[in-house]
Design a protein around this ligand. Structure first.
Ligand SMILES: C[S@@+](CC[C@H](N)C(=O)[O-])C[C@H]1O[C@@H](n2cnc3c(N)ncnc32)[C@H](O)[C@@H]1O
Length: 266
């Protein structure tokens, strides 16, 4: 089941993920603040560059324990250094595929952001994670629906074409591009009680934030071309338009719909 993260783990991708994380963090912080309690044991899956990790470690502070997991060793090294430099010492790290997590490890709270859409067998991973919960434990995720965006924003037409191509690429790579909207029914099928559910369109406002669209495109360009989803001239047109939009101070860009969901073991 192991497969490499589609956008790779270059320094450029780490930088893009940090900017993207800062956009999500505004909503992640209140979401997690409402769910986490001091003393909890927490597992974060797919921690990446560790922005949500810092939020969780900060909430748990001196009471509780966080295990941050990612399959990529550069992501883990980066997040470890960041966590230590922030003075959080109640955190440990696992560098492995989530499917390899030892069955006897149990947590009060299991969380992931923008990770499930990279995993192809959702019911199986969620059922595995449910088995890692302690009694009354909580599963919580923040995940996108890659082809759901506001349809009346004229300056985004070309960008929407790109998002549709990402979704098609996700289908070809057996990724779960629409995972956000699927989570509710999977949680219910697993017998979890939904305790929190909301969705929003993240907005990219600064030039730095809007630039992550073009950076993501640069990262995925070879795969989009190899899979015949966009050709070189489509991509060149998109890159030009996206550069214009990024520097236009009067324009913001909408990211795809982002679900926040939590469910509790009865
Ligand atoms: C888009 S990044 C999101 C990172 C972080 N959660 C955030 O919000 O910034 C997805 C991360 O999930 C990790 N990942 C994907 N599939 C995984 C798996 N099966 N097991 C462990 N980590 C995985 C990748 O290595 C990558 O670091």
């Amino acid at each position: 089941m192991e497969k490499p993260y589609v956008a790779g783990h270059s320094t450029e991708e780490q930088k893009r993920l940090l900017t993207q994380a800062a956009v999500y963090d505004h909503k992640t912080r209140p979401f997690l603040n409402g769910l986490l309690h001091p003393g909890m044991t927490v597992l974060e899956i797919g921690c990446g560059v560790g922005s949500a990790t810092q939020i969780i470690a900060g909430i748990l502070a001196s009471n509780g324990f966080l295990t941050a997991l990612d399959q990529d060793k550069r992501a883990i090294a980066y997040t470890k250094a960041r966590t230590l430099s922030n003075g959080y010492d109640r955190v440990d790290f696992i560098c492995d595929d989530i499917f390899n997590l030892e069955p006897n490890l149990k947590f009060d709270f299991i969380y992931g952001r923008a990770v499930l859409h990279h995993i192809n067998n959702l019911p199986s991973i969620l059922s595995k994670l449910k088995n890692h919960l302690k009694p009354r434990g909580i599963l919580a995720f923040e995940e996108p629906v890659m082809d759901n965006f506001p349809d009346n924003v004229p300056n985004q037409k070309l960008y929407y074409k790109l998002l549709k191509a990402y979704c098609a690429l996700g289908d070809k790579l057996s990724m779960s591009s629409r995972v956000g909207q699927e989570l509710h029914s999977i949680f219910v099928e697993l017998g979890l009680s939904i305790t929190s559910l909301s969705a929003y369109y993240p907005v990219l406002m600064s030039t730095e934030e809007k630039k992550i669209i073009n950076d993501g495109l640069a990262m995925l360009k070879p795969q989009l071309i190899d899979n015949n989803l966009l050709d070189v001239s489509d991509i060149a047109k998109m890159q030009e338009k996206l550069t214009q939009l990024a520097t236009d101070k009067n324009t913001c860009l909408f990211y795809p719909l982002f679900y926040q969901i939590a469910g509790c073991l009865n």
